[in-house]
Design a protein around this ligand. Structure first.
Ligand code: AMP
Ligand code: GLY
Length: 443
């Protein structure tokens, strides 16, 4: 196997901070064990990463020539892609097309594989072809509106409508009344929700409990990472609009009970990888399985993503070590046994601090009061911050991810919320119930 040199993480949010931090921690451990130091770079990164010793390179995640330049300038041979947009836009395909980058390993699928996330229609039809459990569905385009209405009439409330393409978390509508669902379908097909919604998946509503599961994949070779629960709604008690994620908890107490984790691997993860192989879709990267556990205890796929989750990553990665070796090993075609990710039995509770108004309109540029974190059982990942004249200011809807770690979820929760008391910016908002009532793992 070739030797790992330096590592580049693409992105600049909370997920990328957690990824770079985890890989940096692994690199420092390996250096202590006598390996050369693998430096961590991030493009564009954020001030939190810079404070952790990760070198932030200016640039845009969709500027592929700039990424190429950064790889060559810093002797990088492992690239980890955080967000979906560069994957769906074909970053891997671009890198593979550059002869000078032939030595580079990239964690993230090419355009074809990223379709699992980039096209809901592709994902649903893929699951259909490979017998992977998911909600019944139909595809509607402007020419099949009547058939779409008939399908809706045959469903029970609530009605689930999804835009085909990427829609930054705003592509799913769950509607209570049939006339509203029909109207929403017409609006989507007419382009009122953007071009990505001119093709629509309508599907059956699945009751149950949601969980996010993650695999690091190369072909049919894979390793599971710990699971997490995402809190998607803006307000306490699961009320309010959908967001990118107001917090996350890992582990999820019931995930390993009653053989559920095993069902996920056998019925969902392995058939997915087998299906990709049968369809000759190469896949090296993460697959995020958005799952529903039905009332009878069976797993169903809500959605696939071609990347890790945000904020789930901030809850999952502090629980593991060895991701760097696992990535390098799997990217170089090693079987799983050689570099297993090590999972700590501890738990994480991670709370998103957001700008007032999020997920609607919000202001940026608010000064952030953020004293250093003294407790080794807490960590604050930066999600949307920037430096303005030397001051840390807000630069996004989700600003910070505040995490607490402990063997007991209730204690991890206390640590995270305790840490939040020292943080302030104008308009700061957060949910107060992240991890409330969450059970410790039965595993
Ligand atoms: P997605 O963007 O596909 O993750 O959908 C956003 C959220 O809508 C999911 O996290 C679920 O909470 C919910 N959802 C999506 N599809 C369904 C479904 N078929 N049944 C129940 N809830 C769903
Ligand atoms: N937290 C959900 C996502 O990353 O899509």
């Amino acid at each position: 196997m070739e030797e790992l040199h330096n590592v580049l993480v693409i992105g600049g949010g909370g997920r990328e901070h957690a990824l770079a931090y985890s890989l940096h921690t692994d690199a420092l451990r390996l250096e202590k064990q006598g390996e050369r130091l693998h430096s961590l770079y991030c493009l564009p990164g954020n001030p939190g990463m810079a404070a952790d010793g990760i070198v932030c390179l200016p640039g845009d995640t969709l500027d592929f020539p700039r990424i190429r330049e950064a790889i060559l300038a810093h002797d990088i041979n492992l690239v980890v892609v955080g967000p979906e947009a560069p994957l769906v836009a074909g970053l891997r395909d671009y890198v593979e097309g550059q002869p000078e980058l032939a030595h580079v390993r990239l964690i993230g699928p090419g355009k074809l594989g990223a379709n699992l996330e980039g096209s809901k229609i592709f994902a649903k039809q893929f699951m259909g072809r490979h017998g992977i459990p998911t909600a019944n569905f139909t595809v509607v385009t402007p020419t099949t509106l009547e058939a779409g209405i008939q399908f809706l009439q045959g469903q029970k409330a609530p009605y689930v409508l999804k835009a085909d393409g990427l829609a930054a978390g705003k592509g799913v509508l769950i509607v209570e009344k049939l006339p509203e669902a029909i109207q929403a379908l017409k609006d989507m097909l007419e382009g009122k929700h953007g071009d990505s919604a001119r093709r629509v998946v309508i599907e059956e509503f699945m009751p149950g409990q949601e969980v996010s599961a993650f695999a690091l994949v190369n072909g049919t070779n894979y390793q599971m990472l710990p699971e997490a629960q995402d809190y998607k709604r803006a307000y306490d008690g699961g009320k309010g609009p959908n967001t990118g994620g107001m917090g996350a908890v890992s582990p999820v107490g019931w995930f390993h009970a009653d053989g559920f984790a095993e069902k996920v691997r056998k019925r969902i993860v392995e058939p997915t990888l087998q299906g990709l192989q049968e369809e000759r879709i190469p896949y090296l990267g993460f697959i995020f399985f958005g799952l529903m556990r039905s009332p009878s205890g069976d797993p169903y796929v809500v959605e696939y993503n071609a990347r890790m989750g945000d904020p789930e990553t901030q809850a999952v990665l502090p629980r593991i070590s060895g991701l760097l070796e696992a990535m390098w090993g799997i990217a170089n075609g090693q079987e799983n046994g050689s570099h297993r990710i090590h999972t700590e039995p501890s738990g994480t509770v991670c709370v998103s601090l957001v700008s007032g108004g999020y997920p609607g309109a919000y202001q940026k540029g608010k000064r952030i009061q953020l004293p250093p974190v003294a407790n080794s059982h807490c960590k604050i990942f930066h999600a949307g911050t920037s430096l303005e004249n030397g001051h840390l200011v807000t630069a996004g809807g989700r600003v910070l991810s505040v995490c607490g770690f402990s063997s007991r979820i209730a204690e991890a929760r206390g640590l995270a919320y305790g840490q939040i008391e020292s943080v302030h910016f104008d308009g700061m908002a957060y949910r107060h119930d992240i991890g409330e009532g969450a059970l410790d793992s039965e595993h």
